[in-house]
Design a protein around this ligand. Structure first.
Ligand code: 6PG
Length: 250
């Protein structure tokens, strides 16, 4: 089911300001989710943009929420080892989770170091099912409480690239993108669109003029134009975009 809630767009003068505003929303959701449901399942993505956000969360918001009670997941991961500079987990570990000494049992990462991306996807699928549907019954509740995403110049998000089979409703919870059309050109493990759209809330952080066209196509799709993967992503309760003025074309 795709929520009819229209995305909310907040334009900031620069990436740090956008990231700080997004961090405030992350803190608010973490606190309310833990208080109301005793759980905050947070899915991260990677690339370069989130580094600014992670460092702000580790520094300015270090004590703003009970981070040791948060369960960290990844929307996607590159099929590389955790210490590889291309690892999405590695980025979060270096800039946020490590500085916070996040308990290892709260980290549900994709094992990108496994011999194949397919095996990593199978293991991650089991990790997700164990956490969200331990009774092996189809989950009725939403999955991630929050997913933090970016967007590529081609309109991809997570590792859902244009034309990916993971965009189809028939896709399972997790799959492999063997040949991403954006660097780094290593196989990716990604949750499917349907799994992402089972998140209560989804927040995008987008910065830089190189994202301007992709962002415009997502937020203002033109008739007859292919619908970018990022435009198909909708949180069950809310979807919002935190962008800098360069990506917004201001
Ligand atoms: C990844 C990310 C990907 C990212 C966009 C934007 O694994 O690369 O999950 O979806 O969010 O490619 O990346 P930048 O922030 O580097 O522009």
């Amino acid at each position: 089911m795709v929520s009819s809630v229209t995305p909310r767009v907040e334009i900031s003068p620069d990436l740090a300001t956008a990231a700080r505003s997004l961090a405030e929303r992350v803190v608010s959701l973490a606190r309310s989710s833990l208080e109301e449901r005793g759980r905050f399942a947070l899915a991260l993505s990677g690339g370069a943009t989130p580094e600014t956000l992670f460092r702000i969360l580790a520094d300015e918001f270090r004590d703003a929420a009970p981070w040791s009670e948060v369960d960290f997941f990844w929307a996607d991961e590159r099929a590389v080892a955790p210490h590889d500079p291309r690892s999405n987990y590695g980025l979060a570990a270096r800039t946020w989770l490590g500085p916070l000494s996040t308990p290892s049992e709260r980290i549900h990462r994709v094992l990108g170091e496994l011999p194949s991306a397919e095996e990593a996807a199978r293991v991650y699928h089991s990790e997700l099912r164990q956490f969200f549907a331990p009774g092996a019954n189809p989950p009725t509740e939403p999955l991630f409480d929050l997913a933090l995403l970016g967007i590529g110049p081609d309109g991809h998000t997570a590792s859902l690239f244009p034309g990916s089979p993971l965009l189809k409703n028939t896709a399972g919870w997790v799959g492999v993108e063997p040949t991403p059309t954006q660097p780094p050109n290593v196989p990716r493990i990604s949750v499917s669109l349907a799994t992402l759209n089972r998140s209560r809330e989804i927040l995008f952080l987008v910065a830089g003029k190189e994202k301007r066209t992709a962002l415009s196509n997502v937020l203002n799709p033109r008739a007859g134009q292919p619908v970018a993967p990022a435009a198909q992503v909708r949180g069950l309760d809310r979807t919002a975009w935190y962008v800098d003025r360069f990506a917004a074309g201001r």
